[in-house]
Design a protein around this ligand. Structure first.
Ligand SMILES: *Cc1c(COP(=O)(O)O)cnc(C)c1O
Length: 374
């Protein structure tokens, strides 16, 4: 069986460096904060082009803390509307709810599967205060319209970069042209399955807004701006030194890790030639870092079964759209045609760093043998 993911094989590639790094932390006697955290912040600033990085316990906290940070600094208030893509992982919605704000989903574009930028304007109301763009599956979701909305309407642009570390945009944002620098603040996740994964949970906020960064840092540390001085009702959300040390090893190999993903996607796009399968867009310019390689077919379950019977494990991102999850209680009644179509037709092929080039070719050949009407 070709597994969809194999985290042990993925981490084995850097096994020696990782164990050395973890051992350094154990020997140091310092398990919260310290050198590895400082190095992590420096590396994340270099990757995103931002001036402030706040490590967090996970990606959901990073997103939530950005929103709470804007509330603490007076730029958002309870009940404000945040435009977000309907086609995203539920965490994007959860962050908005946790911060006491109102998510306003916008349907996906059929080619990008990311937020349809042409539909944003009609979703804006007087209560709209921010837009959360999600670089889903690793494809940077950025359009100059976001710069215009920032500058002309004063909307805050937040990026959910959980799936897109290192993704580039063809047009730049206010800080850089890389995910994390395309808006006012960005959240990263280092959940083990992400392109750069820890050996447990991890996350980070990047921004070049010093005031926001200070608020987020305090909120993540019991609302404390200095020792025994609590200015906000905060939380405890930290990146452990051990996880930071693992991430520092893997982040130093980000470019090659990303290149291998792009190479595997390129092989799929070159070899898969089945009229019953719609492929994701391919680009080698770094705009897509292929966290997931999502194909679509009207006979989704048949394709999954066929591949399973041919020794290939697949997954679905996501089998039920966030807007249709039970926790939404039917709140999102709009049409969301593309999002619901993606949820009904998507299949994620394996693309992780556990795969060899010959396995990718084997998967592509199997996909080509699939017949939807059989
Ligand atoms: C993984 C993910 C998150 C949440 O990250 P965690 O570290 O699991 O909390 C948020 N948004 C998206 C799009 C994700 O894929």
């Amino acid at each position: 069986m070709i597994p969809f993911l194999d985290l042990k094989i993925i981490n084995d590639r850097y096994y020696r460096q990782i164990t050395e790094a973890v051992n350094r932390v154990i020997e140091s006697g310092r398990y919260i904060g310290g050198d590895e955290l400082e190095r992590f912040e420096t590396i994340m600033k270099e990757i995103t082009g931002t001036t402030c990085v706040v490590p967090t316990g996970n990606g959901l906290d990073a997103l939530t803390l950005i929103l709470e940070g804007y509330k603490a600094t007076g730029r958002l208030k309870e009940g404000d509307e945040i435009i977000i893509p309907a086609n995203t992982y539920i965490a994007s919605f959860m962050a908005v709810w946790r911060a006491g704000l109102k998510p306003v989903p916008v349907d996906a574009g059929p080619l990008t599967m990311n937020i349809d930028f042409s539909k944003i304007a009609s979703a804006i109301t007087p209560s709209t205060k921010a837009i959360m763009t999600v670089h889903l599956y690793g494809l940077s979701a950025f359009d100059p319209i976001l710069n215009d909305l920032r500058e002309q309407r004063g909307l805050i642009v937040i990026e959910d970069c959980a799936q897109a570390i290192g993704a580039k945009s063809r047009t730049g944002g206010p800080v850089s042209n890389v995910a994390g620098g395309l808006g006012d603040a960005a959240a990263f996740s280092f959940y083990p399955t992400k392109n750069i994964g820890a050996l447990g949970d991890g996350g980070a906020v990047t921004t070049s807004d010093r005031k926001l960064a200070d608020a987020v840092r305090a909120l993540a540390n019991y609302g404390s701006d200095k020792r025994y001085h609590n200015i906000y009702k905060g939380v405890n959300s930290r990146l452990d030194a051990i996880q930071a040390s693992v991430l520092n090893v893997k982040l130093s190999h980000l470019d090659e890790i990303t290149e291998r993903r792009i190479k595997r996607a390129e092989t799929y796009n070159r070899l898969i030639d089945n009229p019953d399968i719609t492929l994701p867009t391919f680009t080698a310019d770094g705009a897509h870092v292929y966290h997931q390689y999502v194909v679509r077919t009207a006979k989704r379950e048949n394709l999954r079964r066929f591949l399973h019977d041919n020794g290939i494990e697949t997954d679905c991102h996501y089998i039920v759209a966030a807007i249709d999850q039970p926790c939404c209680s039917g709140e999102f009644k709009g049409e969301f045609k593309v999002t619901r179509e993606i949820a009904a037709t998507c299949v994620s092929l394996p693309i992780g760093d556990h795969l060899s080039e010959s396995q990718i070719k084997e998967i592509a050949r199997a996909v080509n043998r699939f017949k939807a009407n059989k």
